[in-house]
Design a protein around this ligand. Structure first.
Ligand code: SF4
Length: 289
């Protein structure tokens, strides 16, 4: 102990002050792709090379609708290599409460050779799907959902017990989740702890595309948790099925099996991205984050 104390004093505080300050992410870190929608001349090369279908387009009579789905994106950067209108960023705060908020779309008129003529309906911001109009009934459901979320956040926001379930991941997400308990990120400073039993848990953190072998186990884990409970889908696989999608061995996204409260994109999401998603779920992010 007498050796440890001087060493600790010498090292000083290493814990990040996130979320009070922006995440300290290396400029070389791989985050979400960013598209210059106005300058985008042709979505076809990026769509052809994207391994997960995160960038997709549909041609119709009025032109072309192009979309970027962050839930499917594995941040590989291949699209940026073939298209000068796309660049990779180190932005990792991408979590969202609604699956649709991870989708950005825009419409283009086309030239005769299939390239983009001009932007007809520009995206109004990252994660906004133009033309998605909520009905009065949807607004009412949304308001009720926000009220319930606020109540749950009030109940769980100060002390949260998390149970993690690997529903079929490659363990990339698990390595980042382990990082949350390191002195750098120190999840416990928020009063949050990982627990071994779902009966003690308030939040289920689920990684991987849900394999058919793990589907029943995931359902049982969810059912064993006391209400109110939160579910966070981690990584491209958890959010959408990722590169595996739906096949003979996997059911795809976590929300196919259990209801999801927050989606954290990335492949894998780094600890800052995980913190952002977990704090979003319990309403503890500073305003504007
Ligand atoms: S970064 Fe990779 S997965 Fe994401 S849109 Fe580009 S090509 Fe697709």
């Amino acid at each position: 102990m007498f050796n440890v104390l001087p060493q600790s004093l010498k090292t000083g505080v290493v814990t990040t002050s996130y979320p009070a300050t922006p995440p300290e992410v290396s400029p070389l870190a791989r985050g979400r792709p960013e598209i210059d929608w106005a300058a985008w001349k042709d979505a076809r090369p990026a769509t052809a090379i994207c391994p997960t279908g995160a960038i997709a387009f549909q041609d119709g009579i009025g032109g072309r609708r192009v979309q970027l789905d962050l839930a499917q994106c594995i941040f590989c950067g291949l699209c940026a290599e073939v298209d000068p209108a796309i660049r990779m960023t180190n932005v990792c705060e991408c979590a969202a409460s609604h699956r649709t908020d991870l989708v950005t779309a825009a419409d283009y008129s086309l030239n005769s050779d299939g390239t983009h003529d001009r932007l007809i309906s520009p995206p109004s911001g990252p994660g906004t799907t133009p033309g998605r109009q909520a009905s009065a009934a949807e607004d009412a459901v949304e308001a009720l959902g926000l009220e319930i979320r606020a109540q749950v956040a009030k109940m769980l926001g100060r002390s949260l017990h998390i149970r993690e379930v690997d529903a079929g991941s490659c363990n990339g997400c698990e390595i980042e989740i382990v990082g949350l308990n390191s002195p750098i990120y120190d999840l416990e400073r928020f009063g949050m702890h990982f627990v071994a039993s779902p009966r003690h848990a308030d939040m289920l953190l689920v990684t991987g595309p849900v394999t058919r072998n793990m589907e029943l186990a995931l359902r049982k884990t969810y059912d064993a948790m006391p209400a109110p409970r939160l579910v966070v889908a981690v990584g491209a696989c958890g959010c959408s099925g990722g590169i595996f999608g739906v096949n003979y061995a996997t059911r795809g996204a976590v929300d196919v099996v259990v209801p999801v409260d927050v989606y954290i994109p990335g492949c894998p999401p780094n600890p800052h991205a995980l913190l952002h998603g977990i704090l979003l779920a319990v309403g503890r992010l500073p305003k504007g984050r």
